[in-house]
Design a protein around this ligand. Structure first.
Ligand SMILES: [Zn+2]
Length: 318
């Protein structure tokens, strides 16, 4: 062999080694990349059955801890749909899913509303003392009770001019806002009269007790709130009437139509609307208005939701 040929062979071997080396390194690199990819949520979620689009949505929307939890749940298309609901609350996801399984015919937005306000449970079956620090936005319903000794500090006497009956009282701001509303209605030729305003715990206790004797529990619960659960105890609620009308005829009056269109401008809402009985726990009451402030009242009016739903989402939230 000549020196030249030996040299050539050595060069060939060297090149071969380099090539094999490059291929090996590239292979290892790609293998490592693949392993890293398998650790990503993108990979895990797609493996779990979510589409590329849903996967991107979930990654953007959730924190790592929540994604881990999601991977433990059975893949369910409704998870994404619930998350896209306007009033979706993270803490309720599993409840939505469980409720949906039992009520597959219900609309998802309705399921969200039911779970958020707790209306999947029987009225009064579970309740907590309500958070009084929420002030004008405090919630009093069949799951949120006012303390027995709760009397608003700023109760103000309503002038007889505005009301039927003896010495009705309202909280200061609710009263002054009512006067503004009263005057505006008057200018439009409407007469608003307060039929009932603040009622004490004791009053409701007596009333409820009386009904209980006469009608029994079931009928009484359909007619009157249990003591501590009446919104009238907040001093923020009032029953509004007009001359010559009563509970069954008020809805047909011009005053009712006026209130329907304008009450929110003064911070009032129709508290127990028609068709929302399953959320509020109360029969439709065309005469019962609650002061929540102009911002909340306007939102509730424009989005056609109940105060219970508003509270669950905006006040209580996550
Ligand atoms: Zn009322």
């Amino acid at each position: 062999m000549t020196k030249v040929r030996v040299k050539k062979r050595n060069v060939t071997i060297a090149i071969g080694i380099v090539v094999v080396g490059i291929v090996l390194v590239a292979g290892i690199f790609r293998w490592k990349q693949e392993l890293d990819y398998q650790k990503t949520y993108e990979f895990k979620l797609e493996e779990h059955g979510y589409s590329k689009e849903d996967t991107a949505f979930l990654i953007e929307k959730l924190e790592d801890k929540e994604l881990d939890h999601l991977l433990e749940l059975e893949m369910d298309q409704n998870i994404i749909k619930f998350m896209k609901e306007t009033y979706y609350l993270k803490k309720n996801l599993e409840k939505y899913l469980a409720y949906q399984k039992e009520h597959p015919e219900d609309e998802l937005s309705n399921i969200v509303a039911i779970i958020n306000v707790g209306a999947d449970k029987d009225w009064y079956s579970e309740y907590t003392e309500t958070d009084l620090s929420k002030d004008y936005l405090l919630l009093c319903n069949k799951f949120h009770q006012l303390p027995e000794n709760y009397t608003p500090e700023d109760l103000t006497k309503v002038k007889n001019w505005y009301a039927y009956g003896d010495d009705p009282q309202l909280r200061e701001e609710a009263y002054s806002q009512f006067i503004s509303m009263y005057n505006a209605a008057k200018e439009d030729g409407q007469d608003l009269i307060i039929n009932s305003a603040y009622r004490s715990y004791q009053y409701q206790d007596d009333l409820y007790g009386k009904y209980l004797e006469w009608y029994g529990q079931q009928e009484t619960d359909a007619m009157a709130a249990r003591p501590g659960f009446s919104e009238h105890q907040t001093g923020l609620s009032m029953d509004i009437m007009t001359y010559g009308a009563n509970a069954s005829t008020f809805e047909a009056t011009e005053e009712f139509t006026w209130l329907k269109n304008h009450a929110h401008e003064y911070g009032f809402i129709l508290r127990y609307p028609k068709g929302k009985e399953y959320l509020t726990g109360y029969e439709y009451e065309s005469w019962h208005y609650r002061y929540v402030g102009i911002e909340a009242a306007t939102y509730i009016y424009q989005h056609d939701i109940t105060f219970d739903e508003y509270y669950a989402y905006f006040i209580e939230g996550e």
